[in-house]
Design a protein around this ligand. Sequence first.
Ligand code: S3P
Length: 170
Amino acid sequence: PTMKNMVGNFFLIGLMGAGKTTLGHQLADTLGYSFHDSDQEICERTGVSIPTIFEREGEQGFRLREATVIRDLCQLNNIILATGGGAVLREENQQCLKQSGTVIYLHVQPETLFERIRGDQNRPLIQVEDPLQKLQNLYTQRDPIYRRTAHIILDIELSGSLKTFNQLLE
Ligand code: S3P
């Protein structure tokens, strides 16, 4: 099935830098759906940036806010949602996403992600001495979770995002 003959919500999951926000915007424009981004929603609700939330409340605090936002956004209809890379860590979020729409995993190798997002100050998890190692660890930990949460797996590596996008709309 392609997206044009599917209905309901589409949730994009995957590691940071996979292209969830970029692809999500394009899909929303093409399908006439409204676009949402869980990180952006958290920033709007709190009035501060993601790094500030991590600083003040730690990753734990951020995850709580993220769970609330995911739960709320899952109630909406006909949306494209780009989730934060760690949104699938909580079981409740996995369930919520899986039950409320079609979950699409954008699969990208950590080495490619590193080239795309190295030096990005807005991603607290990679503000470490060895961000590549960190991304590789996150990949090892999360790839199986993304795979079992997703209804569709897109290998961005092989196709590039434009081809992927066209593929979805074929
Ligand atoms: C995170 C990914 C980020 C953001 C936060 C934590 C993660 O979102 O939610 O920095 O745990 O992978 P993006 O995937 O949009 O970068």
